[in-house]
Write a protein that binds this ligand. Structure first.
Ligand code: NAP
Length: 475
């Protein structure tokens, strides 16, 4: 029987789990039990961090792991989403008791989180779905943490999570966001927005590389400059770093040697599936997820380039002078506002649908530090929600003004890219969404007519109340 010395335990010693455990020990001053399917990794985490070894308790079985935990126990699961979570839960739950807390801190489909919470509830053990953003460095030194589940449990977790979270102006970037799957849902939409943000940056990079013909270092300088104004963000900052990096072997730009294939799985895909289920057109997020899908078909793209001509041979009316770069910068700011508005519209609709009462301004607040989409811009979102009810971020005065100022730049950028054959799927999806959203008289009156003709789906009229079916001539 081990001594019960650990304040909490982390199960899963992969990239994120090990970093989070070290963070709990280092910044929280907690004693942390370490558990992992491959037992050696738990001992490795302790042995590789001698300065924290006194607060790290590696264990070699679930029984051993649980036996080191002070009661009521707190177990943080940090394994791959899906079956590994269910498998680990099945192993650990029989050793937990009434009042213990089991946290799934990995990325999870929020539908699974809702199911798991309902499954665990009758046992009196608390299940918490918690989103953690910031990658390896964030998990180690201060992530943004999105907590779901029972609010009373959050009060118990707060002293554990606040010390390890990122801080923005000394305020911890962690909060309880709503019951059951709310934490994981918000993390999912965070990642959908992250996909969109990254894709739009890559599209602007594509214009600068293929249409203007700039070298990576020149583009790094441009992104570094943009990082001083409205676009200031972690993603713009690291874009500059990646573009400036040299390959130690060849001396050339490392970015030019990286294969242009990006995977899409988990959260990105879930974000657009959930937006669709909620009837929200998160088209920029969708375009970003789809673009990764297209990117992964590299051989097919090479063949299509042979058949249709390669877009990299196109030259368009883009210029790297002051006005040309300002236009791209404003296009990116404008499209970014639209993408975030789509993500936030998805959060708002989920909040209504699941009666979560999501604190939308607070969500932007806890994203301001620690997470991948951290940026100056999130402050404006927080302020917009603090100022009053926001139907859609595009209606918030600070964003309305910026959209008005930037929409021509986005329009010209998308138009010039389209004429040159340079793909800008996320930027153009943002523009199309904006134009659709701000058109008072749309075109689905024709769609409704067609549906009534072939399926007697009925329609409503502008000039009369009621629901109508018309006897249309048949084709
Ligand atoms: P990772 O480095 O691949 O580690 C995966 C961990 O899960 C390992 O401890 C592994 O154990 C364990 N595991 C996998 N399958 C298992 C199974 N069937 N049964 C028991 N344990 C199993 O992954 P990671 O990057 O730390 O990610 C962990 C979670 O955090 C995921 O949900 C991920 O989506 C999420 N996340 C990752 C990041 C990131 O930047 N990496 C950021 C935010 C969230 P073994 O050592 O025995 O293989």
């Amino acid at each position: 029987m081990s001594e019960r010395t650990a304040d909490l335990g982390v199960l899963g010693m992969g990239t994120m789990g090990a970093s989070l455990a070290l963070n709990f020990a280092d910044n929280g001053g907690f004693t942390v039990a370490l558990g992992n399917r491959t037992v050696e990794k738990a001992y490795g985490v302790r042995d590789e961090n001698p300065e924290l070894a006194a607060r790290l308790v590696p264990t070699d079985s679930i029984e051993h792991f649980v036996s080191t935990l002070k009661s009521p126990r707190v177990v943080v699961l940090m394994v791959n989403a899906g079956k590994p979570v269910d498998d680990q839960m099945a192993l650990v739950l029989p050793h937990l008791e009434l009042g213990d807390i089991l946290i799934d801190a990995g990325n999870a489909d929020f539908n699974d989180t809702v199911r798991r919470e309902a499954q665990v509830k009758p046992t009196g053990i608390h299940f918490v779905g918690m989103g953690v953003s910031g990658g390896e460095v964030g998990a180690r030194h201060g992530p943004s943490i999105m907590v779901g589940g029972d609010k009373a449990v959050w009060e118990r977790l707060k002293p554990l999570l606040e010390p390890i979270s990122a801080k923005f102006d000394n305020t911890p970037c962690v909060d309880w966001l709503g019951p059951d799957g709310a934490g994981h849902f918000v993390k999912t939409i965070h990642n959908g927005i992250e996909y969109a943000d990254m894709q739009m940056i890559a599209e602007i990079y594509g214009i600068l590389r293929d249409a203007v013909g700039l070298q990576p270092q020149e583009m790094a300088d441009i992104f570094a400059d943009w990082n001083r104004r409205d676009l200031q963000s972690y993603l713009i900052e690291i874009s500059a770093l990646v573009l400036a990096e040299r390959d130690p072997d060849t001396g050339g730009a490392l970015v030019d040697l990286i294969v242009d294939e990006a995977g899409q799985k988990g959260t990105g895909r879930w974000s657009v599936i959930e937006a669709q289920k909620l009837g929200i057109g998160a088209t920029t997020l969708e375009a970003a997820v789809s673009a990764r899908g297209v990117s992964s078909r590299r051989q097919e793209r090479a063949e299509a380039a042979r058949i249709f001509g390669n877009v990299t041979t196109a030259r368009a009316e883009f210029h790297a002078d002051h006005d040309g770069l300002a236009e791209l910068e404003h296009a990116l700011v404008t499209a970014k506002i639209i993408a975030y508005a789509q993500g936030y519209a998805t959060l708002a609709e989920a909040s209504r649908e699941f009666s979560w009462n999501l604190p939308l301004g607070e969500i932007a607040r806890i994203w301001r530090a620690g997470c991948i989409i951290r940026s100056r811009f999130l402050d404006d979102i927080t302020r917009a929600y603090e100022a009053g009810d926001v139907v859609n971020l595009l209606h918030a005065p600070s964003f309305t003004a910026r959209i008005e100022a930037g929409q021509e730049s986005l329009r010209r950028t998308v138009a010039k890219a389209a004429l040159a054959g340079i793909p800008v799927p996320a930027l153009s999806a943002a523009l199309a969404y904006f134009d659709d959203y701000r058109r008072a008289r749309g075109t689905t009156n024709l769609t409704q007519g067609q549906r009534d003709l072939f399926g007697a789906h009925t329609f409503r009229r502008l000039d009369r109340e009621g629901v109508f079916h018309h006897r249309w001539p048949q084709a």
